[in-house]
Design a protein around this ligand. Sequence first.
Ligand code: IMP
Ligand code: MG
Length: 185
Amino acid sequence: MNTNFNDVISKVLIDEDSIQKKIKQIATNINQFYEDEPQDVLLVGILRGSIMFMSDLAKYLKIDCKLDFMDVSSYGDSTESSGNVKIVKDLDTDVKDLNVLIIEDIIDSGNTLYFLVDTLKQRGAKSIKIVTLLDKPERREKDVQPDWTGFKIPDEFVVGYGLDYAQHYRNLPYIGVLKREVYEK
Ligand code: IMP
Ligand code: MG
């Protein structure tokens, strides 16, 4: 089944080029930050939204790093966070005494990252940093401060470049605003 994305996307918020330029800038800053760090860094990608961001970002990192993944859920198929975060797939790596860099697609209420940071702290991580491609600061419920942010965006539901609505539209190469009629029907 082919989809005409014009039927579901009201506008392109961030195009492919802008995403790539921004990721290079972020990578430069992250490289500088870890420059003098003797120990390697564990990149923790939060499934599934961060996959494209993580793979593009990792290519520009010059630090010694390993990759692992975690899947947490708080949404189901709705567009609002439930605030009740659960681990769906845990890390394979023991993070005790490791430098962890959490890679997120978007921070919305902050519930997911608040839970993740707390969990990794309890497991004894040496340091925990957060990089997010997108941030919707207006919707914050928990005080979570990303260390590196790609774009601050308004309170609109976006899809593409890894982000989904009910598992769809992750494969779009840009970030687009989802038409309200798609999720309000
Ligand atoms: P939070 O716990 O409310 O901060 O939500 C974080 C998670 O919600 C992200 O990892 C996304 O998976 C999802 N999310 C939040 N806003 C959007 C959006 O606009 N589009 C797609 N997914 C979103
Ligand atoms: Mg997510």
